[in-house]
Design a protein around this ligand. Structure first.
Ligand code: SF4
Length: 250
């Protein structure tokens, strides 16, 4: 009997596949990247992840133009602004998105680690692990690939962001990686897209309400996330997701 390929071999193959796709398609306009990726991976095997944050409408509008039934994974951490939840529903209706998948933290993990909902006050990494990283792994686990709305300009840590990248044995696609704030604003205006109402108050990167603050002039868009802490990412885009995905698959 033929031996099954080992996980490290599959991961190395996926890394090579991501690099090849990046070289082949990474330079294309974002909507074309989305269209090629849907064709390549096939409907049912690709999704989009959205926070319904400051400029999420751009990616979602492009996705809706290609396949309005594409699954959209939204993590409901239990700590979102009410405005974001209302915006999610209104924007999905505007764009005709028909498959919004709302993923919530595991009840048992909340009861065990955050029974009073105050874990974010003492340990943001542990809070993100149960409210974001594990649910995200569950949300994307059924898919071979997924789109995100991440951009290079958002933070110093994202400056080298590729369009196609490997996450374990899966592929994450960042079609807007090269876009600037000007490109996004032009697109929003050209298509008269609904904006998250919090943007008008100075929130340029929007996550959970306890960990999001208004961005000061001259600071990068993500400086309002976990302001005053060294933390810049919640872990859903880092190796933590890879580990959590490996657990979710078993
Ligand atoms: S962003 Fe804040 S509230 Fe949200 S999961 Fe992370 S630590 Fe918890």
């Amino acid at each position: 009997m033929e031996a099954k390929p080992k996980l490290p071999d599959l991961e190395a193959e996926t890394q090579a596949e991501a690099a090849r796709l990046d070289a082949l398609y990474g330079y294309l306009p974002p909507a074309e990247i989305i269209s090629r990726a849907v064709e390549l991976f096939g409907r049912g095997d690709v999704a989009a992840v959205s926070s319904f944050g400051a400029d999420s409408a751009v990616l979602l509008h492009m996705v809706a133009g290609i396949d309005s039934a594409l699954p959209i994974v939204f993590l409901d951490t239990g700590k979102h602004f009410g405005e974001t939840l209302d915006y999610r529903d209104a924007l999905a209706a505007d764009l005709g998105l028909t498959d919004i998948r709302i993923i919530t933290p595991e009840e048992a993990a909340l009861n065990r680690d955050d029974p009073d909902g105050k874990l974010h006050l003492t340990n943001t990494d542990a809070c993100c692990a149960i409210r974001k990283v594990e649910p995200m792994a569950r949300g994307v686990e059924p898919f071979r690939a997924w789109f995100t709305g991440r951009k290079r300009f958002q933070a110093a840590t994202r400056q080298a962001l590729p369009v196609f990248e490997a996450v374990g044995t899966r592929i994450r696609i960042n079609p807007l990686a090269r876009w600037t704030t000007g490109d996004l604003a032009d697109y929003m205006k050209a298509h008269a897209l609904r904006e998250n109402p919090l943007v008008a108050y100075g929130y340029l990167s929007i996550g959970c309400f306890p960990c999001t603050s208004i961005v000061q002039p001259g600071e990068d868009a993500r400086s309002g996330r976990w302001a005053g802490q060294a933390k810049t990412e919640c872990g859903i885009h880092l190796p933590e997701l890879d580990r959590s995905l490996a657990n979710a698959a078993h």
